[in-house]
Design a protein around this ligand. Structure first.
Ligand SMILES: Nc1ncnc2c1ncn2[C@@H]1O[C@H](COP(=O)(O)OP(=O)(O)OP(=O)(O)O)[C@@H](O)[C@H]1O
Ligand SMILES: [Mg+2]
Length: 455
């Protein structure tokens, strides 16, 4: 059997995955926004360096003059993490000062009305460059200033921001996860309590589960369990009633049997013993019949899936059972006939139980039908398989039609060996086969017709 999934892990997964996704997106977003502002700040510093350089460029009498005192070059020295390079270049004279390898914007249509920022490579290292065109008088030279700076500080800052963003978020996810786990555990506690409550019960304790401490969501479950407990209590009560009835039914003939045996023993003469022995035989017959009926009933208890379901040749089963009953019918001069136009008729069920059902119907028809009467057994295939047993006896009064299916019930005044279990057995077997049982009167003169319709 596969390991059952735990509600705890399912809830945790459903909550934690969106939470982690949300936090990751949030971290990335805030990282990029912060990065954008940091980049802008560094770009402004780079521009300041370029501007301070332009202060040193003069155009006395239209001629370019660059005077770079050591203080001005101070800013281009290495700081602890980055190198800065510059280049002053004139359109007419070429490189005037600085490093000729400082990259320039490659695009032809660069807008020089404002400083231009771009990323490039210099000496195998990535650099951020700002380029600007010096404002000059008309007729004087066109001079550009380019300042490049390696990006180590920016990178370090990126990592710092990322860590500053990520670490608290990770801690938050961890904390939320812990609280979630605790919350779910506590939330599921009522289920555990319910399981404990049921586990503590004795098998006889079928009281409904009390509604206190039970969450609304668990109520569906407890309602279903309570419903089952109620049905179980009913079933057990009816089982106990049945056992008490059966014990009573067995005790009476047994007591009679004992009494008759004592009486027979008192006689010395075998001929005088004869009537008592006949009584003993009668009691034994009655008990044998009762025991047999009880056993059939026990077998036909409607417990789903507990019987051997399979294809049953209803035609053959009915024919052979009818043949068995011919001698019994003849004892009362009853004409027992079997009628069908079918060649094959198969139903799904338990052949032994279906035979018991027919035996009880035939037994009733012979026992309670008229002497020299007629019994007709019919099989139909359409609209669905149907078994019919009808007699031309006195019939069953309308008022008794419900009660005769009860266990041990016999219509008052009925004679014979019967113990009132036959029709109860018929009903249980019909229910077990999900077949519909119908009882009716054959005609206005009486007669009993029992129909069993299979699905
Ligand atoms: N075909 C019938 N015609 C008239 N009365 C019937 C017929 N079938 C059943 N009954 C009446 O219904 C009662 C109940 O029948 P059921 O078969 O359950 O019990 P039983 O025949 O008395 O005992 P058992 O079948 O256990 O030997 C019978 O006592 C009888 O009075
Ligand atoms: Mg009967």
């Amino acid at each position: 059997m596969p390991k059952p999934r735990s509600i705890k892990s399912v809830i945790l997964l459903r909550l934690a995955v969106p939470l982690i996704i949300f936090m990751t997106v949030e971290t990335l977003l805030s990282y990029f926004v912060t990065l954008h502002y940091v980049d802008n700040a560094y770009d402004r510093w780079l521009l300041d360096s370029a501007r301070s350089l332009t202060q040193e460029i003069k155009f006395p009498a239209g001629k370019i003059e660059v005077d770079l005192p050591p203080e001005a070059l101070e800013i281009f020295k290495w700081d602890e993490s980055d190198k800065t390079y510059f280049k002053i270049i004139s359109a007419q004279q070429g490189v005037i000062a600085g490093d000729k390898f400082v990259p320039e914007p490659l695009s032809e249509d660069t807008d020089w009305s404002k400083p231009v920022f771009f990323d490039e490579m210099m000496y195998g290292e990535p650099v951020r460059v700002v380029s600007m065109l010096l404002p000059s008088d008309p007729g004087s030279e066109t001079v550009f200033v380019h300042v490049a700076e390696t990006i180590n500080k920016r990178r370090a800052m990126m990592i710092d921001i990322l860590l500053a963003d990520l670490v608290p978020q990770l801690l938050l996810v961890l904390l939320v996860g812990l609280f979630l786990l605790r919350g779910i555990k506590r939330g599921l506690l009522p289920l555990q309590r319910l399981a404990d409550e049921i586990a503590r019960r004795t098998p006889r304790d079928l009281r409904p589960i009390p509604e206190r401490h039970i969450y609304q969501e668990v109520r569906v479950l407890t309602n279903t369990i309570n419903d089952l407990l109620q049905r179980l209590a009913h079933a057990i009560a009816s089982q106990q009633r049945f056992i008490a009835n059966a014990a009573h039914q067995l005790r009476t003939p047994l007591a009679g049997l004992k009494l008759q045996a004592t009486r027979a023993l008192r006689e010395d003469d075998v001929t005088a013993m004869q009537p008592t022995l006949l009584q003993i035989q009668n009691s034994a017959d009655r008990m044998a019949h009762l025991t047999a009926q009880l056993l059939v009933l026990a077998r036909s208890e409607p417990i789903e899936g507990d019987y051997e379901k399979g294809p049953v040749d209803l035609l053959e089963l009915t024919r052979s059972t009818c043949i068995e009953f011919v001698p019994k019918a003849l004892q009362r001069n009853i004409d027992l006939s079997f009628e069908t136009s079918e060649q094959v008729l198969t139903v799904t069920g338990d052949a032994i139980l279906l035979r018991e059902l027919l035996i009880n119907l035939l037994d009733n028809a012979i026992s309670y039908g008229n002497e020299q009467g007629n019994i007709l057994v019919k099989l139909l295939a359409q609209p669905s398989p149907c078994l019919i047993v009808e007699d031309d006896g006195p019939g069953i009064p309308q008022t008794e039609r419900q009660r005769i299916f009860e266990r041990f019930y016999r219509i008052p005044g009925t004679s014979g060996l019967g113990c009132g279990l036959g029709l109860a057995i018929v009903k249980e077997i019909a229910d077990l086969h999900k077949a519909r049982l119908q009882l009716s009167q054959v005609n206005e003169l009486g007669g009993t017709r029992v129909e069993l319709w299979f699905e």
